[in-house]
Design a protein around this ligand. Structure first.
Ligand SMILES: Nc1ncnc2c1ncn2[C@@H]1O[C@H](COP(=O)(O)OP(=O)(O)O)[C@@H](O)[C@H]1O
Ligand SMILES: [Mg+2]
Length: 238
């Protein structure tokens, strides 16, 4: 469903991704793991068309989507929940949901979203800025689903949320996966990633340095240490 090959992308001063290749079959949930600054969000922004790769290919379905504008990528069927959630704090929950035009392969309406996430129905008239962090995350996911995506990109959905809220978000993501949605998430929280993903791609130094299952990753402590944990420990000390 999603096929990325030899992707090279940067922000002007050197490349952040030098040679990223991985693929995600339909209905599979995959996770990009990597330290802070590894380039996880850069991969997502490239898929969405916010960044223009200098080399490589991104295929979705059977088409190349490199060079498409973000709204065209969205209309092709890719939903995007960015790192900062991009909620409009002064608009109501319902107005935030209406920002996305139902247009993708499986468009959803407000009733469908409220069915999936009843808390959003309860809060429909409330200003989005007054929601809790977990509720804002659900709102951002709900807004992406309004577009009727067949692939959903979730950029660090668990970030800043309390453990109980993360658990409930995990339940929601697993329900979406069971409903047949293909999911790509970026995470630094390995336990959470493991609870919602089938396959893992570890991003380091501009490339995917490991891909496989979480069990395979667990069997290689050295790999985890080198590519994931070292940065974690350092950033906690700093
Ligand atoms: N808008 C930007 N302009 C310049 N450099 C950026 C920008 N956004 C991210 N970067 C750099 O690209 C690298 C990867 O960032 P990012 O994709 O956000 O990493 P991650 O999501 O894995 O934490 C970092 O070194 C970061 O400083
Ligand atoms: Mg990021």
């Amino acid at each position: 469903m999603l096929d990325i090959s030899a992707l090279r992308v940067g922000y002007g001063q050197g490349d952040v991704l030098t040679d990223v290749s991985f693929g995600l079959p339909k209905g599979v949930s995959g996770c990009l793991l990597g330290r802070n600054g590894a380039g996880k969000s850069t991969v997502m922004r490239s898929i969405m068309g916010f960044l223009r790769p200098s080399a490589g290919e991104i295929r979705f379905g059977n088409e190349s989507i490199v060079g498409r504008t973000p709204d065209r990528v969205a209309r092709s069927g890719i939903g995007y929940v960015p790192e900062d959630r991009a909620i409009f704090p002064n608009l109501s929950v319902e107005e935030n949901l209406r920002v996305t035009r139902p247009c993708g392969p499986q468009p959803m309406d407000l009733a469908g979203i409220y069915d999936l996430f009843p808390i959003l129905a309860e809060r429909r008239r409330q200003a989005a800025g007054t929601l809790s962090g977990g509720e804002q995350q659900l709102l951002s996911v709900g807004r992406a689903l309004m577009g009727g995506p067949s692939l959903l990109l979730l950029d660090e959905p668990s970030e800043g949320l309390a453990p109980l809220v993360i658990r409930s978000l995990g339940d929601d993501i697993r329900r979406l996966r069971q409903a047949g949605l293909t999911i790509l998430l970026a995470e630094q929280n390995i336990e959470f990633a493991r609870s919602v993903s089938d396959v893992v791609f570890v991003l380091d130094r501009g490339q995917i340095c490991f891909q496989g299952t979480f069990d395979e990753l667990e069997r290689d402590p050295d790999l985890k240490h080198r590519h994931l944990f070292v940065g974690h420990v350092k950033s906690k000390v700093a």
